[in-house]
Design a protein around this ligand. Structure first.
Ligand SMILES: *[C@@H]1O[C@H](CO)[C@@H](O)[C@H](O)[C@H]1NC(C)=O
Ligand SMILES: *[C@@H]1O[C@H](CO)[C@@H](O)[C@H](O)[C@H]1NC(C)=O
Ligand SMILES: *[C@@H]1O[C@H](CO)[C@@H](O)[C@H](O)[C@H]1NC(C)=O
Ligand SMILES: [Zn+2]
Length: 649
């Protein structure tokens, strides 16, 4: 008990280095509010920025503020109250510069005391070097009428669009004024949109043109990585009382039809976890170069068009992003080594929602199985690396210090984290675990936490709820695995297979295909009746056994199911990667289809396995041809895949 109190105090006073991926002195001074002003010049791919900071001092004496920046041009810094200009300099390490950016040191010109408020303003300019931002030409958009801009700040990319304390352990409110230079451009941010004004542009901008001023406000505290903007010829269509879809006009009706049940998805999650407190919920379907399936920007999820399949089979991504409203956006990991505090919990809640949506727990288990296959393949891959950092990515506590935190990103925090919670739920009992999660949310609402916060909270809560006898048994079953589950680099200590009736047919069919050596199994047509996630499991299980897949089997599979021509990108990318890995796709027409695919889909989950499968020469050539299409984050990850290929096969 004593130890617990000391640990808690220690945590409150930050006697440990909580986040090593920030250069800011965020323990001495904490952001309370940011007011952002951006003038968007999308034609020239430049944004003029000005940010007013409201910071609160937590040190006894404070004379400097250190902020994170990444490749931006700081113009000047001053006190808005009296116009006094502040001195600043940039501290930069040549290796860190590309990975994590630089430290902006601002001299306050006076000493502030504990509890005082510091307010200053920074004027700066950003452009295409801002790795959070994707500037697109009209030709790269669906509507082809105007340029387009969107941001992706997670993990440590917000520092490339705003100088700030770029750590998930600092939360603040924000407001913004965004001015566009074209009347066509509509703007949304991850906050509530207040009024919009039109005005006539003067000066050296486009002559006689009308522009817009947009104002936003978010009064719930969020970490830096949840600030987001999208600007383009986008419009909004309501899908219910509190939900809407936003996209360019070309496909908006299709998107709206696919996402017509959004209000219900919010409801399913509320039924399990409690009230949705953010107000409205909108999904932006971005251009295809968006590097992720979805990004949980508050009130304004960003999603990849690959989630729109036509049969609502991709909407689990939407359920996942809504689930982040609680896990990730309300309780946030304190640094990127603890990302499972966001993702593991989020997947857990997502699958509670999917249970209601699918009306069949077995189909939810199929998702867990697909995730499990992917997790196991990654654990093997990371385990075979010589690099200590890469090895650690197999755990729920990857090393991220001195690196771009994005390097550690994989499905591990999602699935390994989910499986830990699934195990805990079994030990604790379903109803009680639900109560525990609600209590956890209440205790850490709008705060940041790590795995020891969760452990401490859980044990104290259980101690109060359970009889002494029950408590001893449950605590023992938790203590047997918790540390290993979080920190070890191998498989989780308990291996769950999630076998169920809905996957039995799938796995039998996989085996029948392999045994048939190219002859179609008698019941091969049952594939057509499978749900989309069962088909994913089929392909992911074939991938697991790819050593046994001969060219004859591949030819026969294609003939039976026309897999190269499916519409669903979730299935296509698996089939394509398998086609390359088994040498089925060489210089046949199939390779052309795969090449076309990586030219129109920029989601990393889908293009990375294909680039991993290609030989160095082809990968380099395809990458160069599609360079302009890819998002900066996708470029970064493909480049590192290509770099790791030494042999030309
Ligand atoms: C993240 O925080 C944990 C404690 O919660 C600490 O052990 C770890 O070193 C930190 N990692 C980074 C990269 O800051
Ligand atoms: C689970 O816990 C709840 C109380 O939270 C209790 O009512 C219920 O009987 C328990 N279920 C089982 C199977 O032990
Ligand atoms: C990881 O590699 C070690 C040998 O380096 C091996 O003993 C261990 O079984 C591997 N673990 C997994 C999960 O692959
Ligand atoms: Zn997520």
């Amino acid at each position: 008990m004593k130890l617990v109190i000391i640990l808690l105090l220690c945590h409150m006073l930050y006697c440990v280095d909580v986040d090593k991926n920030t250069f800011s002195n965020y323990k001495d001074v904490k952001t309370q509010h940011l007011h952002i002003e951006w003038l968007l010049n999308l034609n020239d791919k430049v944004v003029d920025g000005s940010v007013e900071y409201t910071l609160k001092v937590f040190a006894n004496q404070l004379s400097e503020v250190h902020l994170d920046i990444y490749k931006m041009n700081i113009l000047f810094i001053y006190y808005p109250s009296n116009g006094q200009v502040l001195k600043y300099h940039v501290e930069s390490d040549p290796i860190q510069k590309d990975e994590q950016g630089d430290k902006l040191v601002i001299e306050l010109g006076q000493v502030y005391k504990y509890g005082e408020i510091v307010k200053f303003r920074i004027k700066y300019q950003i452009g295409e070097d801002a790795r959070a931002l994707s500037f697109m030409d009209p030709s790269q958009t669906d509507d082809k009428k105007a340029p387009y801009l969107f941001s992706q700040c997670e993990a440590n990319n917000c520092r490339s669009m705003i100088p700030l304390q770029d750590t998930p352990s600092i939360k603040f409110t924000y407001s913004a004024t965004v001015i566009t230079q074209s009347p066509l451009i509509n703007v949304f941010m991850s906050g509530n949109r207040l009024q919009t004004q039109k005005f006539e542009l003067m000066g050296n901008y486009e002559m006689n043109s009308i522009a817009n001023i947009f104002q936003f406000e978010l009064n719930i505290k969020i970490p830096a990585y949840l600030i987001a903007i999208v600007a383009g010829t986008v419009e909004e269509r309501s899908t219910g009382a509190r939900t809407a879809v936003i996209s360019e006009s070309k496909n908006i009706q299709k998107y709206k039809d696919e996402l017509e049940d959004l209000d219900q998805y919010v409801q399913y999650l509320e039924d399990y976890i409690g009230e949705y407190k953010w107000g409205s919920y909108k999904i932006v379907i971005l251009p295809a170069s968006f590097p992720f399936g979805g990004m949980e920007n508050p009130l304004l999820t960003f999603a990849n068009p690959t989630i729109i399949v036509g049969d609502k089979s991709g909407v689990s991504v939407a359920v996942h992003e809504i689930a982040h409203s609680w896990f990730g956006n309300t309780i946030t990991c304190n640094n990127w080594s603890n990302m499972w505090i966001n993702e593991g919990f989020c997947v857990f809640l997502e699958r509670k929602g999917l249970k209601t949506l699918f009306k069949d727990i077995n189909l939810v288990h199929v998702n867990s199985q697909v995730g499990n296959n992917e997790m196991n393949a990654l654990i093997k891959e990371f385990n075979s690396s010589q690099d200590d950092f890469v090895k650690s990515y197999a755990s729920l506590h990857p090393k991220t210090e001195n690196h771009n935190a994005d390097d550690s990103f994989s499905t591990i925090p999602y699935e390994r984290g989910f499986q830990l919670l699934y195990y805990l739920e079994k030990q604790i009992n379903e109803t009680r675990f639900q109560q525990l999660l609600k209590a956890w949310l209440q205790e850490y609402e709008y705060k940041s936490a790590d795995e020891s916060d969760f452990y401490r909270f859980m044990i104290l809560w259980l101690k109060v709820q359970l009889s002494a006898e029950e408590f001893t048994t449950v605590k023992k079953s938790i203590d047997n695995v918790y540390t290993k589950w979080v920190y070890d680099y191998g498989q989780p200590p308990i291996q769950e297979t999630f076998e169920n009736p809905a996957s039995k047919d799938v796995l039998q069919l996989v085996n029948a295909w392999i045994e048939g050596k190219g002859t179609k199994p008698q019941n091969y047509q049952i594939f057509d009746g499978f749900k989309s996630n069962q088909k994913q499991l089929f392909l992911s299980s074939l991938t697991e056994k790819s050593k046994d897949i001969t060219e004859a089997i591949m030819v026969s599979l294609e003939d039976a199911y026309h897999l190269s021509d499916l519409r669903d990108a979730e299935l296509l990318f698996r089939w394509y990667a398998l086609s390359i890995n088994t040498k089925y796709a060489k210089d046949t027409t199939n390779l052309q289809k795969i090449k076309a695919f990586v030219g129109v889909v920029g989601r990393m989950k889908m293009v990375n396995p294909i680039y991993k499968a290609l030989n160095k020469e082809t990968a380099t050539q395809w990458y160069q041809e599609n360079y302009a299409f890819y998002h900066p984050l996708t470029r970064q990850s493909i480049e590192s895949i290509i770099k790791s290929k030494t042999i030309i096969e």
